[in-house]
Design a protein around this ligand. Structure first.
Ligand code: MG
Length: 367
């Protein structure tokens, strides 16, 4: 089996809420997503998706996905998509870094592996743990009362986990955490995700001010060392995200006891192969995980569902259903949320088929 063509489509994903806002005044109203196709000589096509959270979140941007694919694709033609280890070595040798560029190709090759073997990706990644995957809802940054209102609304839809976008003015953030925790019951989880937005002294003020509340603190500051300093001075459960972009960082953070939960994003780590490696290491080390991606639509949501569903339940902190945040459906067969949970599909591969009429023309086509 040989890869004979790599192509991509650019898709705009507007947000149901109109915009998504997080730390430092950053916001996006329409996501720019790239849907990647990998075609084989025998006529099978696998699909992946890469959607950065705008150009100012991680070192990744939407046009960079396409430019990177044009650079990388000629090196991948002729590879066997079923040999994911060989394929990833080839991609790493041809293009240093840029994990998000490689992610779409890797996901598409998992989809192909599933189609060839007749198995869903989650079964290929270890099997299906439990009936379904519990979801969190990200709550866009707004004034405290509006965020509390949104939490109440999403709670009605069945969500039991909420990730507040903080990392703004610390006093406002303290009010945001208080206003939302107040309306939740003890069995519901609240995460205050600063997305690197606080300086170290601001983070210290916030964690002291909410010390009496049941809230997780996620990635308070920009650097790993700043986060570690906060971690060592608070007893809130602690999540690292942006700083954990490699196995090396994961091992370092484990050795420093720097986190209780880690956020693994598929494109941040370079695809399902590498995220599975990090996931399995976390399982062995007893670190719970948020399993997700930076953003995306139906195909990303399917990839997340397969990754999460093949992870032992006790170490699966949360995941999210990005396809319910956006107004455009790019594929049939993607997981649909049911009362705060989703399931990986049972069809071969990712179990999705792209809606050709939504994808439009190919913006990358290398054969
Ligand atoms: Mg985060």
């Amino acid at each position: 089996m040989k890869i004979v063509r790599i192509f991509a489509h650019r898709v705009e994903l507007p947000l149901v809420e109109g915009s998504y806002k997080w730390s430092g005044g950053k916001s996006v109203s329409v996501f720019d997503s790239t849907i990647v196709g990998v075609e084989t000589a025998c006529g099978l096509t696998g699909y992946g998706e890469v959607c950065p959270l705008g150009p100012f979140y991680l070192p990744a941007y939407a046009e960079g996905v396409r430019a990177g694919l044009r650079e990388l694709a000629p090196h991948v033609l002729g590879c066997n998509p079923r040999e994911l280890g060989v394929l990833n070595r080839r991609m790493d040798a041809a293009l240093k870094g840029h994990p998000y560029v490689k992610s779409g190709i890797d996901i598409a090759c998992w989809d192909l592996l599933g189609k060839v073997t007749g198995l869903p990706v989650c079964e290929l990644m270890g099997g299906r743990f439990g009936e379904s995957v519990r979801l969190y809802r990200a709550i866009s940054q707004l004034p405290p009362d509006e965020m509390a209102r949104n939490v109440a609304e999403y709670r009605q839809q069945g969500y039991t986990r909420f990730q507040l976008k903080v990392g703004g003015d610390p006093d406002q953030d303290i009010a945001r955490i208080r206003a939302t925790r107040e309306i939740l019951s003890p069995n519901e989880r609240l995460v205050a995700d600063a997305n690197t937005g606080w300086t170290q002294h601001e983070a210290m003020r916030v964690v002291r001010a909410v010390r009496d509340l049941d809230v997780y603190i996620e990635q308070p500051c920009e650097t790993y060392e700043e986060c570690l300093a906060i971690r060592r001075r608070t007893d809130h459960p602690f999540v690292l995200d942006e700083n954990i972009d490699s196995l090396q960082m994961l091992l370092r953070a484990k050795s420093d006891l720097a986190m209780d939960v880690v956020n693994l994003k598929i494109s941040k780590l370079g695809g399902l192969t590498k995220t599975r490696q990090a996931r399995d290491l976390c399982v062995s080390m007893g670190i719970a995980m948020t399993l997700e991606d930076s953003w995306g639509g139906d195909i990303t949501t399917a990839a997340i569902a397969h990754l999460a569903h093949s992870t032992p339940e006790e170490l699966r902190f949360t995941s999210t259903d990005f396809n319910s945040y956006v107004t455009v459906s790019t594929a049939k067969g993607a997981p649909q949320r049911q009362h705060g949970f989703m399931q990986a599909g049972r069809a071969p591969g990712l179990g999705i088929s792209p809606r050709e009429e939504v994808l439009g023309e190919r913006v990358v086509d290398v054969s």
